[in-house]
Design a protein around this ligand. Structure first.
Ligand SMILES: Cc1cc2nc3c(=O)[nH]c(=O)nc-3n(C[C@H](O)[C@H](O)[C@H](O)COP(=O)(O)O)c2cc1C
Length: 134
């Protein structure tokens, strides 16, 4: 993405605006459980996921949020997503915040094994969140 494009994308993220997606697929009708996973930009969800939430038919869906960031906690992004999903008629069964790419060349990168372990743990967290509550 050229610099001007990145500037607009970041501004859109800050303002909670969407963007134009290439060949989007908003099909969620066949699914009862839906996971929304997005990188975090400047504390906010990315415009692409905002567009998905605006266009998908989410009423009655059970949804789980995953925020992927360079820092472990992104409460603002989670709070915004929860608010938008509830406004679209979905219920949010839980959320996770996971470490993604850390944009600092000095950062210690997790190994493939550590990423695999993190992915397995996340999948288990998501599975449990969708289990019926006793
Ligand atoms: C412009 C920009 C802003 C970012 N802002 C945040 C932030 O506010 N909080 C955070 O935890 N990570 C932030 N990050 C880190 C990204 O969320 C992280 O690198 C993520 O893995 C990016 O996912 P992707 O590689 O799929 O785009 C930012 C990254 C970029 C490029």
């Amino acid at each position: 993405m050229e610099n001007g494009g990145m500037f607009h994308a970041l501004l859109a993220a800050l303002l909670g605006l969407g963007t134009t997606l290439v060949d989007p697929d908003y099909t969620v009708e066949p699914f009862e459980a839906v996971v929304v996973m997005t990188p975090v930009w400047m504390g906010n969800p990315t415009p692409a996921v905002t567009t998905f939430i605006s266009n998908g038919v989410l009423k009655g869906k059970k949804m789980f949020i995953v925020a992927v960031g360079g820092t472990a906690a992104n409460p603002r992004a989670i709070a915004r997503l929860e608010k938008w999903l509830r406004a679209r008629g979905a219920s949010v069964v839980g959320h996770s915040e996971v470490l993604g790419y850390i944009p600092d060349p000095r950062a210690v990168r997790p190994s493939d094994e550590e990423l695999m372990t993190e992915g397995v743990l996340l999948a288990e967290t998501v599975r449990q969140a969708f289990e019926p509550q006793p």
